[in-house]
Design a binder for this molecule. Sequence first.
Ligand code: GDP
Length: 307
Amino acid sequence: LIVVLAGGVGAAKFLHGLAAAVPPDEITAIVNTGDDVEFYGLDISPDIDTVLYTLSGRVNPETGWGLAGDTVACLGALNELGEDTWFRLGDRDIATHLVRSSLLRSGLSPTAVTAELASRLGVRSWILPMTDSHFRTFVQTDAGRLPFQEYFVKRGQTDVVKAIEFEGCETAEPTPGVIEALRSAAGLIFAPSNPFVSIGTILAVKGVRQLIESRSYPSVAISPIIGGKALKGPADKMMSSLGHDISAVGVARLYQGLVDVFVIDNEDAGLKPEVEALGFRVIVTNTIMRGLPERERLARDVMQAIR
Ligand code: GDP
């Protein structure tokens, strides 16, 4: 079993390649749920949906999230009713949230609901929410304390992030599935995801960091920062405002003790000695994942490091 710690778009692209490189049912993704949000009584789990849509071939290729060819008639109607519709919900995407919400209300756990959605969408890898408990990411900014999606979507990541807080992290338990995956893995992969609000959340679930620190299998991370920039999202700005170097070296420092092999992009080949000096084995390769061939090739490089 190969276990992947996953956020949204960056992780989903990598998982897509991995599912082409190894049998999909030998992959378990532990997915961030700190970004989860409720609107109009719907339970929305953006990173889980991005992973499910990508692995089932339904994702919108332009955005990397949402469903291909989706429309926004419902949002338009909500607008006419005077609602502030800053969170993008596609019409067909809403079907996913309706099913999730109704299954949750019938008493199933988030883990069971995600397994059901994965099965109905034909996803054969094991997609696990990092916890079944309440866990919400907040950011402290110069504009005050904001729930994650208000910072990320509503305000477009324009605020300077001074601190990140996880509501519920004192009580949120990893699920039995997460514990079992981290105990019995043959290898662990940190997907190229935001180190603070995607991977950092998973590591903040009680006991997860300790389980990884005491692992007896190899662990590999792929840098989400290339040439001093994030390909998407606020990871680079967060690195700097939280006091880290905006570089693969800065990310590697965050993963010390948790990762053995660190994968950096060809563009960052010059950083190899610095990352090695931190105690990692370093792989330099193309880590920009446009189409499936690039994703699969990166996954094969990572699998070779694990084997
Ligand atoms: P989000 O929750 O949708 O923002 O997605 P993630 O947390 O999974 O990923 C965001 C991070 O993934 C950003 O820091 C990006 O730089 C990184 N990322 C996205 N696509 C790629 C890629 O093709 N290659 C690499 N190396 N990083 C990527």
